[in-house]
Ligand binder design. Structure first.
Ligand code: KG4
Ligand code: ZN
Length: 343
């Protein structure tokens, strides 16, 4: 089975063609970073206009690179939410139009479903698995039971982890998005110089919280202002190392909870843009080893937003015979598990 996937939920216009043998036949991505960086965050109206400008070109590029005619594609998948409505409308309308013209099924994809299923594309992991999904808008521990089937074990009660990275990056006067910039400068920083709070430590559940940490970083930066390069590096390193401690402690609880549902399962996976962070990946590896779990994390390129994950999620759902109705509309919010498929 071959599926074309289209992703336009935030600041990347992306498309890819993937087959059910886990092969990425082609992909194309246009990043809007240059458009948004001067505002230090995504401007929804500019994002939507850029998606309109680029979406057809990115799709044509993907089809040309795969050297396939559209008649060889079995289905068209596009992200329908959660995300910024203007951008989502562009990708979803494009997918419906191609589907109508080619008479191939159309399938609306939950962006989180795309991230969550990527470890199956990259590492062929079996259900069920424990997933830490950490992106710009979401932070959660899930038991992934099947395509579109999840048990939510815990989630952030305030900021998403990517949001905490981006806000801290802005505070330190780094570029957008903040996550990769913080990782870069933290390499030269002293992770022991500042002690930041560790919210929810000791709680038995596996919820997450990052807003107290963010506030403490802001207060530290204000006290030291104006910040030297060394101050910035040390704040970044201390912030990142606190994040790792939080994840480590919360993950141990998540593993216990997951094991109460699936005593024999031993797979941990991570996905979403923040999972491309090497220091966080090393932390996950250590906890997985100590708990006799195997860790699988897609390559950094497949962790951040891309068209491949949408095409792959499309394959997973199509293999179960699912497709979406043309009335299916975009959703700014779309909790995982909401049904959008005809069976
Ligand atoms: O999954 P993603 O590409 O888009 C959303 O669905 O939100 O995640 C984007 C988030 C941004 O907050 C970005 O700063 C963060 O992922 N991110 C990172 C790194 N690369 C991207 N955070 C920490 N370290 C990184 N290397
Ligand atoms: Zn994402």
């Amino acid at each position: 089975m071959i599926v074309l996937g289209i992703e336009t939920s935030c600041d990347e216009t992306a498309a890819a063609i993937v087959d059910s043998e886990h092969q990425i036949l082609s992909e194309s991505i246009y990043s809007q970073i240059k458009i948004h960086e001067k505002y230090l965050g995504v401007v929804p109206e500019l994002a939507a206009r850029s998606h309109i400008d680029r979406c057809d070109k990115v799709i044509i590029d993907t089809i040309n690179k795969a050297n396939l005619s559209l008649s060889k594609i079995d289905a068209i998948a596009a992200t329908a939410g959660p995300g910024l409505l203007g951008g989502l409308l562009v990708g979803l309308t494009m997918a419906k139009s191609i589907s109508l013209a080619t008479k191939k099924p159309f399938i609306a994809i939950n962006h989180l479903d795309g991230h969550a299923l990527t470890p199956r594309l990259s590492h062929n992991v079996n259900f069920p698995y424990l997933l830490l999904l950490i992106s710009g808008g979401h932070s959660m521990f899930l038991s992934v039971e099947g395509p579109g089937e999840y048990i939510l074990l815990g989630q952030s009660i305030d900021d998403a982890l990517g949001e905490a990275f981006d806000k801290t990056g802005r505070l330190l006067g780094l570029g957008y998005p903040g996550g990769p910039e913080i990782e870069k400068i933290a390499i030269n920083g002293d992770p022991y110089r500042f002690i930041f709070p560790h919210p929810l430590r000791g709680r038995k559940n596996c919820d997450l919280s990052f807003s107290g940490l963010k506030t403490s970083v802001r207060q530290t930066a204000e006290k030291l202002s104006p910040l030297s390069s060394k101050d910035k590096e040390d704040i970044a390193a201390s912030f990142q190392s606190t994040i790792c401690k939080i994840i480590e402690e919360r993950l141990i609880n998540a593993i216990k909870l997951f094991s109460s549902y699936h005593p024999k399962a031993r797979t941990l996976a991570a996905a979403g843009g923040v999972a491309s962070n090497t220091v966080i990946r090393n932390t996950l590896e250590r906890v997985a080893n100590n708990s006799n779990f195997d860790l699988f994390v897609p390559s950094p390129k497949l962790c951040t937003d891309n068209g491949v994950m949408v095409a792959w999620a499309g394959i997973e759902h199509r293999l179960l015979g699912r497709k979406s109705d043309y009335n299916f509309d975009v959703k700014a919010r779309w909790p995982l598990g909401g049904n959008c498929y005809e069976f």
